[in-house]
Design a protein around this ligand. Structure first.
Ligand SMILES: Cc1ncc(C[n+]2csc(CCOP(=O)(O)OP(=O)(O)O)c2C)c(N)n1
Length: 361
């Protein structure tokens, strides 16, 4: 029997994740949960960095990399994912993203185990170990992928939003991409059609200032990326992507517009990534001072300070959360190490072939 079928793939959610139903209930529980999720994403990514760089030793003494292929980390951009998750309606809304999908998935409630197992290529992974770092997928949590072709998924976001409008199910699609993707033709085509069709989509560039290693001012004739949607007759704004509350406020406004049937919104969500583009990137294009300055606006630091100053969290509680998420992430690695690879007989499962059921006759 196929390995994935023998296992309960959907391991339980790590923690109650704030979502569309989780409006502040007083006492700061929702806010603390958001902070915890940001910490979980950060610790998960830092652990991933270590796992990627440390090969395992096989019984015959040879070495093997634990994580195959490319790996793009999300550290520094956590407020964006957690801000969206704060208003995301599970089972109704959809999220579609590029290759920086670990953080988005964890924010939506994917367990660190399903995420780490995917990186390790295990059958217990969210994409049954066949997707890897760039192709996290879990319909149940609302993440419709993880796409490695820069900008290739923006029309998919349009498609999801069109389906939501067609079915009148009140859903909204959150379509995320990097600043490099904004120069793809698909960006322009999808935004134009989304606006014409008035679909409930929020298109957003997670603008971390560089496409791989090329600064925005070197790849984009217009540096204010929010202006790039001006030609498509939709609201467009810059959002502070290091401030969870600013992200939540912006997303709420855009989601409500979409649900009222008024069409899409575009945001340039401005943030910073602390790691290189991928694991092989030494970040030589980023001056040390720039990175040091960015650390002062670390979204986790900003949110911790804000909650502390409002009396919603104490330093001791933050430290306890840190210990908790670290142990959860360590456990995820242990479990992923022990989990099996997908069976060879599963190679052709989940592949779209001639038997696609909706093929026109
Ligand atoms: C169509 C296409 N061209 C080139 C690549 C190689 N590539 C992968 S990521 C990337 C840069 C993307 O930069 P950006 O979208 O700004 O993401 P960031 O690294 O800033 O998160 C490139 C050129 C690709 N995957 N797809």
């Amino acid at each position: 029997m196929a390995v994935a079928n023998e296992l309960e793939r959907k391991v339980k959610l790590s923690a109650p994740i704030p979502n569309g139903n989780g409006q502040p209930q007083g006492g700061g529980e929702v806010e603390r949960q958001r902070l915890r999720t940001m910490l979980l994403i950060r610790r998960f990514e830092e652990k991933t960095y270590v796992q990627y760089t440390e090969p395992r030793t096989l019984p015959d003494g040879s070495k093997e990399m634990k994580i195959g292929g490319f790996c793009h980390l999300y550290s520094g951009q956590e407020a964006v994912a957690v801000g969206i998750a704060a208003i995301f309606k599970k089972g109704i809304d959809a999220l579609v993203n590029g290759y920086r999908c670990h953080g988005h998935s964890l924010a939506l409630g994917m367990s660190p185990r399903a995420a780490m197992a995917e990186l390790f290529g295990r059958a217990t992974g969210c994409s049954k170990g066949k997707g890897g770092s760039m192709h996290f997928f879990d319909k149940e949590v609302g993440n419709h992928g993880g796409h490695g072709i820069v900008g290739g998924h923006i029309p998919l976001g349009l498609g999801f939003a069109f389906a939501q409008k067609y079915k009148k199910n009140g859903g909204v699609t959150y379509c995320l991409f990097g600043d490099g993707a904004i120069n793809q033709g698909t960006f322009n085509e999808a935004l134009n059609m989304a606006s014409l069709l008035k679909v409930p989509a929020v298109f957003m560039v997670e603008n971390n200032g560089v496409a791989m290693g090329t600064q925005v001012e070197r790849h984009s004739a217009e540096r204010d990326l929010a202006k790039r949607a001006l030609g498509y007759n939709m609201p467009t704004e810059n959002v502070d992507g290091n401030d969870v509350d600013a992200v939540i406020a912006a997303m709420t406004k855009a989601a409500e517009r979409g649900m009222r049937g008024e069409g899409p919104t575009f945001y340039s969500v401005n943030t910073y990534r602390f790691r290189g583009h991928s694991m092989s990137d030494a970040m030589k294009y980023r001056p040390k001072e720039e990175a040091e300055k960015a650390k002062l606006r670390d979204p986790i630091l900003l949110y911790s300070e804000k909650l502390k100053s409002r009396g919603l969290v104490t330093q001791e509680q933050i430290e306890a959360m840190e210990a908790e998420v670290q142990s959860e992430v360590n456990q995820a690695v242990e479990q992923a190490e022990a989990d099996p690879n997908p069976g060879l007989d599963e190679r052709f499962d989940d592949i779209l072939a001639e038997t696609y059921p909706y093929q026109p006759k």
